[in-house]
Design a protein around this ligand. Structure first.
Ligand code: ATP
Length: 350
């Protein structure tokens, strides 16, 4: 395995800038997720790392090698696509062994490598079948086997779990993570599913419109989002974003509520900013500072989500499942001030 470095990467398709000034460093043996909404440039980034697309500017390095100008076959990168791209006319065994065949591995070494991987991914009894005779989860394991049978320096996974149902996806997620740890794989994993990225990645990058908004460990990004975009993209329900005007006496006005933050930031007095609070960092309290109108109560079992209207915004509050939620009408909430974040007029964290 090897580290991967992207320096000043840009990709233009005519007038469309798909990726802009991308700088990333993925460590040796690291599980790195590229996360963002549809069209943000994730797949284009993967295709450039794989060599399927040439960057308009910038350099790509795998280990000590500059691979920017190399064709895909010379990069030593393993890939798993969303649709698995298995060969339908070949058996599972031949599908898994294909990367070895094209590299001229034959005879006992070939058979040993294929059966070792099939064993590890629990595909032993299925080696004689064709992809059409497998379940979605089994096809996914064949695609992963085919990627790992050859010892690549870097593995690229492009939404590999999106065709699986919710239960299989959970199992496949745990399985992928274990495999990555066991084989100490350097992985770049593309997803638009923030739960998947948080669950799997050692670090992640959140992209929007071809630009990386933040890179960090999942919980750091969750707790301290760099922008309001990241704040609203990560977390379900997402972070509440409330308009506040900072008054000189250290009070923050938010609709008809007057807030008393622990760190009132007199240096920012007079400015109209955005206050970010996660749904679990607001709790109903008769003496609370923020008042709102109950819109809905959603009992989800393990938790109850309370939806309120305050300062013109819809606010979500996460309560334990067994808590008695307030009824209709007005309620007051107490923010956990130690957890609050403040964003400037451009949506950048202060
Ligand atoms: P999704 O999750 O929907 O796959 P994505 O984040 O992977 O989206 P990309 O496929 O990388 O996004 O696309 C980024 C941008 O580049 C989009 O605006 C897309 O329309 C554009 N784009 C991608 N490939 C091409 C191409 N071959 N020609 C022109 N524009 C392209």
């Amino acid at each position: 395995m090897a580290p991967l470095t992207l320096r000043g990467i840009e990709k233009r398709f005519g007038n469309t800038v798909a990726v802009q000034d991308l700088n990333l460093q993925v460590g040796d043996g690291e599980f790195f997720a590229l996360l963002g909404p549809s069209g943000c440039g994730k797949t284009t980034t993967m295709r450039m790392i794989a060599g399927l697309e040439a960057p308009s500017a910038g350099r790509i390095q795998i280990g000590e090698r500059d691979v920017t100008g190399l064709p895909p076959a010379e990069r030593n990168v393993g890939m798993v696509f969303q649709d698995y791209a298995l060969y339908p006319h070949m058996s599972v065994q031949d599908n898994i062994g294909y990367p070895l065949k094209v590299r001229g591995v034959r005879g006992p070494t070939y058979a040993e490598r294929v059966s070792a991987v099939a064993e590890q991914l629990q595909l032993g009894p299925l080696l004689g079948r064709r992809p059409g005779q497998l379940s979605g989860g089994q096809q996914q394991r064949v695609a992963v086997s085919r990627a790992v049978v050859h010892h690549a320096d870097v593995f690229l996974f492009d939404e590999p779990l999106s065709n699986l149902d919710a239960k299989l996806r959970l199992e496949a997620r745990a399985f992928l993570k274990r495999l990555q740890r066991e084989l100490k794989m350097t992985v770049v994993y593309v997803t638009h599913d923030q739960v998947e990225a948080l669950a799997l990645a050692d670090r992640l990058a959140v992209m929007q419109g071809g630009v990386v908004q933040q890179v960090g460990a999942p919980l750091d990004v969750y707790r301290r989002p760099a922008t309001t975009f990241v704040a609203s993209f990560i977390g379900n329900p997402p972070m509440n974003l409330l308009p506040v005007t900072l008054e000189s006496a250290g009070r923050w006005r938010c609709g008809d509520s007057l807030l008393r933050p622990h760190t009132p930031r007199p240096d920012l007095a007079g400015r109209s900013l955005t206050l970010g609070l996660r749904p679990e960092h607001l709790r109903p309290d008769p003496a609370g500072e923020l008042s709102g109108e109950v819109l809905a109560v959603e009992p989800l079992g393990a938790e109850t989500i309370l939806m309120l209207k305050t300062a013109g915004e819809t606010v979500a509050v996460r309560l334990p499942g067994e808590a008695e939620p307030p009824g209709s009408g007005r309620v007051t909430l107490q923010p956990e001030w130690g957890r609050a974040v403040l964003f400037d007029e451009r949506g950048v964290r202060l």
